[in-house]
Design a protein around this ligand. Structure first.
Ligand code: FAD
Ligand code: SF4
Length: 510
């Protein structure tokens, strides 16, 4: 048997059982191809990061004596799609078996299934040996249920993997510490500077430019900040455990100008391309707390574990349970276009300016910036979820559809009508002011609802509730807001709606 195996750009798991023995009858194939660089307009750092990590991975495999064929982007023989490159290789080298790992993306899953059906040689598919739950586990767990509550899934995962448990009870008697984890950063607090890498990706960037690939964002190609191999990913994990974990939970939702990562792990890229596994990430955090129980409070650790074995696995389960229909959901029937300044950061709104510029400069924004700044604004402005998805899928270095679309269309835009979230995550200026230091120096005034300098979030917020009363009015979690709205004087209501209408018509000038 002469086997050819595909390794996708997000399958860089060196601990996979495939690599545990060197077999001379097996050849691994990796490819930088246009079908992957062009299915969305990606951030330059996202493409460069993936290619750099793939090249390092191929070198690592070769060091271990595996046989690797690597197609670089501008190689002459690169036919720029999986099936064409494989058809060529299978014919040329007379391979008799094709093997691949379960992809995480629906599009690739379908493509590879169809490709296998088209082949006359034998084929097989293997698990990617990365996640802590299977594709179908969430669907099985919630079988017959209407609501897929993350919290119950998370409890199941804690029990199943015996994480922070004492028998079948949570270690401390309590599952959820979210209430202790939502602090604003004190004004004079100087966060720990992030650990960044100075990788040189200039050759890769030159190839991307030579191929004329359309990208967004900026890159300092000689000082690329993201980890591109397992060693660097482990270094970043070490940095998180020793320098960030102790304040992770407390400031998880905090935002402040010019501080792009605060106490966040920035491990999503490493995890999503499988350079490191979720299990080793949480184990390192648990071990750190065991070493320093007096310095690291339990809520910091629980907050982190929840994100990884809770949210991350939950989103993947939702994706496989709901695709492909999920990608078409538009509960509010929103139709608007994203304002142009989402691609330039040129807006007078301080909070959005900071979140967007940071995203353009680093391919990264932390969760609350994505959810409560850019996402909040897009939802309040009635932007079509396709537009919102395309932006998030392009701009973030960690954006792979299974985790991007569930967070964007689901959690952030409520376009799934409440599968992921029980209510839309929207807010006026008061929440943003509560969690950040943006409003004080903003052109707009956080306390004003109408008039020239009124913060747009304020009128857009009420406009959103007004327009969607038929869909949200009976939601028990937002009933209180509707009571406030209904009690408002008709003139005040009309003024707010007029203000929102004005801002929506002039959205590019905000
Ligand atoms: P930390 O805050 O340090 O959290 C630790 C880890 O927990 C992350 O690395 C991540 O793996 C996991 N995690 C935390 N929250 C989530 C979540 N809601 N869903 C899944 N995993 C989570 N995450 C992506 O990995 N890719 C995306 O494309 C993506 N798109 C998003 C779009 C929107 C609109 C929103 C609101 C969130 C999105 N997220 C996405 C989730 C989350 O914002 C990122 O995982 C996180 O910001 C990554 O940075 P970090 O590693 O510093 O995370
Ligand atoms: Fe953002 Fe409004 Fe605050 Fe300005 S005033 S920073 S636009 S919330």
């Amino acid at each position: 048997k002469k086997t050819i195996r595909l390794i996708l750009g997000d399958q860089l798991n060196i601990n996979h059982s495939w690599y545990q023995t060197v077999e001379y009858s097996v050849t691994y194939v990796m490819m930088e191809i246009r079908s992957e660089t062009d299915y969305a307009t990606h951030h330059i750092q996202k493409i460069a990061g993936f290619f750099a990590a793939m090249q390092e991975f191929a070198n690592e495999l070769r060091k271990q004596k595996h046989q690797v064929i690597y197609f670089q982007l501008n190689d002459e023989n690169n036919l720029q799609s999986f099936d064409k490159n494989f058809q060529f290789l299978i014919k040329k080298e007379k391979f008799t078996h094709f093997d691949y790992q379960l992809p995480d993306e629906y599009r690739l899953d379908e493509l590879l299934k169809n490709f296998c059906n088209s082949l006359s040689i034998t084929t097989s598919v293997t698990d990617s040996e990365h996640f802590m739950s299977s594709r179908s586990e969430l669907g099985d767990f919630f079988e017959g249920k209407k609501i897929f509550l993350m919290e119950s899934f998370y409890h199941m995962m804690r029990k199943k993997h015996n994480v922070l448990m004492q028998g079948d009870k949570p270690l401390t008697g309590k599952w959820n510490y979210d209430g202790e984890n939502r602090k604003k950063l004190p004004k004079d607090h100087k966060p720990t500077p992030p650990l960044v890498f100075n990788n040189d990706v200039s050759e890769i960037v030159a190839e991307i430019n030579k191929a004329n690939i359309k990208t967004i964002g900026n890159v300092d190609a000689k000082n690329f900040v993201w980890p591109v191999n397992r060693t660097q990913s482990l270094e970043l994990l070490e940095f998180f455990a020793t320098e960030c974990l102790a304040l992770f939970g407390s400031y998880q939702d905090a935002m402040t100008p010019n501080e792009w990562s605060l106490y966040h792990a920035r491990l999503s890229f490493s995890m999503n391309c499988k350079l490191i596994s979720p299990l080793e990430v949480i184990n390192r955090a648990i071990q750190e707390r065991e070493n320093r129980p007096d310095e690291i409070e339990y809520n910091q650790l629980e907050g982190f574990v929840r994100q990884i074995i809770g949210w991350r696995e939950y989103m993947r389960g939702i994706y496989w349970n709901k695709m492909p229909d999920y990608a078409r959901m538009n509960y509010f029937k929103h139709e608007n276009k994203l304002p142009d300044w989402f691609w330039t950061g040129k807006t007078k709104m301080n909070c959005l300016k900071d979140a967007i510029n940071q995203s353009l400069n680093y391919g990264y924004a932390h969760h609350i910036q994505r959810l409560m700044i850019t996402g909040n604004f897009a939802l309040l402005s009635g932007i079509h979820p396709d537009e919102v998805d395309a932006w998030y899928l392009g701009i973030y270095i960690d954006a792979i559809e299974w985790v991007e679309i569930t967070n964007t269309r689901g959690m952030s835009q409520f376009a799934d009508g409440g599968i992921v979230g029980t209510k839309p995550y929207v807010s006026s200026a008061s929440y943003i002011d509560k969690m950040s230091h943006y409003c004080g120096s903003c052109y707009y005034k956080k306390a004003l609802k109408t008039g020239d300098k009124a913060c747009p979030f304020n009128s857009l917020y009420w406009n959103f509730y007004d327009k969607n009363e038929d869909k949200l009015g009976k939601n028990p979690r937002i009933g209180m807001m509707y009571n406030v709205w209904r009690k408002m004087q008709p003139e005040a209501k009309a003024e707010l709606l007029q203000q929102a209408d004005y801002y929506l018509k002039n959205i590019n000038d905000l």
